[in-house]
Design a protein around this ligand. Sequence first.
Ligand code: B1M
Length: 213
Amino acid sequence: MALEEKVKNLIVEWDEEGLIKLCLSTLENKEATAEELLKIIGKVMKFIGDQFESEEIFLPDLIGSAEVVKKAINEVLDPAIRASGGEKKSLGKVVIGTVESDVHSIGKDLVASFLFSNGFEVYNLGVEVTADQFISKAEEVGANIIGLSSLLTMSMDFQKQVIEELKKRGLREKYKVIVGGAPTTEEWADQIGADAHADDAIEAVQKVQQLCK
Ligand code: B1M
């Protein structure tokens, strides 16, 4: 069975232990890198998301799959990426999170892992992050970039709020802001005065690289 098929089956069956074991053995046998495994997981989660939208599966199925993926990323893939990074020089510091009122973490975590594996120092603040939390962390670590993820039409406005808060504090020019998440677009990014928008994790890395030049 192909690796993607195995990953998909384990996520669909909520086999947390199985997915962790598969990721570990795949890395150990050098069948794929942690980054390649993340790409596969991203594809599988898109498939599961589409199944939910077409009502082939229900909310508990979705939550179960999301939890399984979260654990494999946190316990195996992120540590593997960090371990392979060694002492490499940071290309820039990125503070990233999902905005206030929004609990969607998977896409944002993929973006964070991709940025890390491409040489950025990443501070992942989690979900339901307030404007003050984004800005305080950026100030604390001397970030170059603030990354705002939003998966809900209802939470998109909080992306705007972070930019407004940066302006209020006289810090807007200090940070580049990138926004992303399914309901967001280039037009939205322009409208709220963000510096960049990305459709997926790969584009996010390219845009952040450009912003850091
Ligand atoms: Co929710 N949910 N959800 N959900 N959920 C969506 C987003 C939705 C489109 C489903 C639907 O109804 N059709 C819909 C939003 C509609 C809208 O407003 N436009 C929705 C809803 C309504 C809700 C609730 C309100 C449901 C309810 O309770 N009635 C609720 C919200 C709770 C809250 O946030 N306050 C809710 C809850 C949940 C779960 C908890 C069950 C779970 C999240 C679990 C978790 O993340 N830990 C969940 C999930 C899994 C989804 C779907 C099915 C899948 C999201 C996902 O993980 N996709 C989603 C439907 C869908 O997308 N088909 C849906 C896979 C992931 C790899 O892709 O997140 O798009 P994505 O990330 C991509 C890009 O967007 C981009 O790169 C990523 C990787 O390529 N990207 C960035 C993301 N962030 C970026 C940041 C960047 C750059 C790029 O720069 C900073």
